[in-house]
Design a protein around this ligand. Structure first.
Ligand SMILES: Cc1ncc(COP(=O)(O)O)c(C=O)c1O
Length: 386
């Protein structure tokens, strides 16, 4: 049997990882500023995370949600404390798409409405509703097409106001990333998020904060939406939540009441997933990783802003993007193959940095030096790479 070939891959086999480094099967070391797509929050194979999962594995790995799982309550309490949303309610699932799917569905159950507002360049996942609020026709199968989704331009308050004016009583929810990831590190303006909050309040709609990529401390606040100083009704989480162990969830404001059987999942909230998520929060607190994300993120942005060849440096904390002009289009590739540094990208021309929140200053410095070296090579020998 062959693999179903849906991923364009780099021809690299990673066999070992530690902190912000990974090694391939030939023993080559790489600096990982991509974090396996923003997943590695506390660092690869963090010893505390490994120990907690190992210990749990020897106790019990899984039992279904038909019995008490005290680890879920422990996780809810810890998450409430670290995120500052202690009065919210936690529902656990397995992936970012599933978190968004549940959030959109719950909003609709709650207010009995069907219309959803989403934004240009959004990415919310691949399942049915999640993909229908994703602004990429290539990902939406005919069966997922729906008239229930209204796409508006990102950060356009006027368009938002007039959409609510026209459809107010039909709108179930508004879903927005605090910083668009796949869309190219586009930061939602604080005033725009506040406008979403006030319009949702006025019209009885639910504000869903997709924090799958921009959440979990990556920006220096637990949820990047928090910069706006208003709360969402539902936050969705995944990626950094388990540092690579598949775990996701939504937290739900107290005014939205649960009903038995409304949501559900077999694997969500299993013992191993809870322990992985708990150990991530323990390390975020203990090692003050949100502070580190702010500090190293500032260093990186300041340095990047000094490099004239790259444009529009943006983002928050350790979620950073910049534009690469056409003449440097091989930069990402060269960083990987010449400098052994993984970075992320957004088509057509954005490099994305999504490293572990524990990234060290010396690693950030190494990246800046390597970046300058590769830019220099491309500028002086423009035909360098094919
Ligand atoms: C903002 C955002 N939402 C949702 C998802 C989907 O998450 P998953 O791939 O875990 O389903 C992603 C994944 O990249 C994402 O970036």
């Amino acid at each position: 049997m062959n693999l179903f070939d849906v991923y364009p891959i780099n021809d690299i086999t990673i066999v070992k990882a530690k902190g912000s480094y990974v090694w391939d099967d030939k023993g080559e070391q790489y600096l990982d500023l991509y974090g396996g797509h923003a997943v590695i929050s506390i660092g690869h194979t963090h010893p505390h995370w490994v120990k907690r999962i190992e210990e749990q594995l020897n106790q019990i790995a899984f039992y279904s949600n038909s019995v008490r799982i005290p680890l879920q309550q422990q996780l809810a309490e810890k998450l409430g404390k670290v995120s500052g949303k202690a009065d919210y309610q936690l529902f656990l699932c397995n992936s970012g798409a599933e978190a968004n799917e549940n959030a959109l569905k719950l909003a609709s159950f709650h207010n009995g409405r069907k219309k959803i507002i989403a934004f240009s360049k959004s990415f919310h996942g691949r399942t049915s509703l999640a993909v229908s609020v994703t602004d990429n026709k290539g990902y939406v199968a005919p069966v997922n097409e729906t008239d229930n989704v209204i796409f508006l331009p990102f950060n356009d308050e006027e368009a938002l106001v007039s959409c609510f004016k026209e459809n107010g009583k039909a709108i179930s929810s508004v879903i927005i990333e605090g910083i668009q990831g796949v869309g190219g590190i586009r930061v939602a303006e604080e005033s725009f998020l506040r406008k979403i909050r006030s319009l949702c309040d006025e019209h009885g709609a639910i504000y869903i904060a997709d924090s799958v990529q921009c959440g979990y401390g990556r920006t220096g606040k637990f949820f990047s939406h928090d910069f706006a100083g208003v709360n969402a009704d539902i936050y969705t989480m995944a990626k950094g939540m388990g540092n690579g162990f598949p775990v996701a969830g939504i937290i739900v404001a107290p005014h939205i009441k649960p009903k038995h059987f409304q949501l559900g999942t077999t694997f969500g909230g299993n013992h191993l997933a809870c322990v992985a998520a708990l150990s991530v929060l323990e390390i975020i607190e203990e090692e003050k990783l949100m502070g580190n994300a702010v500090m190293i993120g500032k260093y990186l942005k300041d340095e990047l802003n000094e490099i004239p060849e790259i444009k529009n440096v943006r983002g928050r904390g350790l979620m950073i993007g910049f534009d690469v002009p056409e003449e440097l289009k091989d930069l990402k590739k060269n960083l990987l193959w010449e400098q052994k540094i993984f970075t992320g990208e957004s088509k057509p021309n954005v490099i994305r940095l999504l490293p572990s929140l524990g990234l060290k200053k010396r690693d950030a410095e190494q990246f800046i030096d390597s970046l300058k070296e590769e830019i220099e090579k491309l500028v002086t020998t423009p035909t360098h790479a094919s």
